[in-house]
Design a protein. Structure first.
Ligand SMILES: [Ca+2]
Ligand SMILES: [Ca+2]
Length: 93
């Protein structure tokens, strides 16, 4: 990975803070868990979701898949978790 060499040594503390911030933002913006998205396309199919949520029905999946493209993306996933259609993967152990 390429770090930004011009920043190193100048404000290491700030860089660390920014890096931590970026990481946490990236995590919260990305509801899609790598555990769910097993093929890594960034979308969760019904089959992928059913691995983590065995009780998920096609009907509920249809509700989650608000644009009806047959896949659940980050945004749909976040909405589903918010609405309680899916348990939050981070709290579900
Ligand atoms: Ca996938
Ligand atoms: Ca969709």
């Amino acid at each position: 990975m390429m770090d930004c060499p011009t920043l190193i040594g100048k404000t290491v503390k700030n860089v660390t803070l920014v890096a931590a911030l970026v990481t946490s933002v990236a995590f919260s913006a990305n509801a899609m868990s790598a555990e769910i998205d097993t093929d890594g396309d960034g979308m969760a199919s019904l089959a992928e979701l059913q691995v983590s949520y065995p009780e998920l029905t096609e009907e509920v999946f249809g509700d989650i898949d608000t644009n009806s493209d047959g896949l659940v993306d980050d945004e749909e996933m976040a909405i589903a978790v918010e609405l309680g259609n899916l348990a939050d993967p981070e709290t579900d152990s």
